[in-house]
Design a protein around this ligand. Sequence first.
Ligand SMILES: O=C(O)c1ccccc1NCC(=O)[C@H](O)[C@H](O)COP(=O)(O)O
Length: 207
Amino acid sequence: MKVKVCGITNLNDAVLSAEAGADALGFIFAPVSRRLVTPEAARQAGLGVGPAVARVGVFLNQGLDEVLRTAEMARLSALQIHGNVSSLYVSQLAAYYPVLRVLRPADLAEEAGVWRADPGVTLMLDAPEPGGGQPLDWEALKSTFPAGAWLAGGLGPQNVAQAIGVLRPAGVDAVSRLESRAGVKDPEAVRAFVRAARQANPQSYPQ
Ligand SMILES: O=C(O)c1ccccc1NCC(=O)[C@H](O)[C@H](O)COP(=O)(O)O
């Protein structure tokens, strides 16, 4: 199981997340976000932790050209795609980068099947308001949660083990509950989050 720490805006937070054991760092390029980062700052922070940690760019309803240009400038290794976008758009991006396609529970029935056989696209289930700190109803999702999908939405040190126990996601992702303020990590919360996720799923320790 993978652990992603999202909303990284600076090298310091990238290093502390990597040292805590995160597999992936998230850099948010959606202009609506309070954790908006420039491609230059993301490149510096992402490359600063070395090649073993994935650098995921987070986008919400942004044009194909803008996403690909930003990915190049920031030296991203994967894309996380939120919003109301077509499957053609997602598959065009997946031709260049591994994609985490973010769905809300209400979208599952319509879109989850589209990506079942596509190794370049991994699903992530998130709350309707990304970065809003609201947990999903894990029990209600139990029968429809897609195999191999990642989970986000209000996860933090206190509840990630329970969420993993219920849904057995392939990855977990969080931001709000790991911050001292928007865009700035709380080091203890980051360490506790990664530790709790690893302990809930001991097979997830990096080899
Ligand atoms: O976090 C944001 O500000 C944000 C804004 C626009 C699009 C995506 C955004 N975040 C994406 C993430 O990957 C978050 O980690 C995910 O939504 C979970 O957030 P939270 O519920 O706060 O842990």
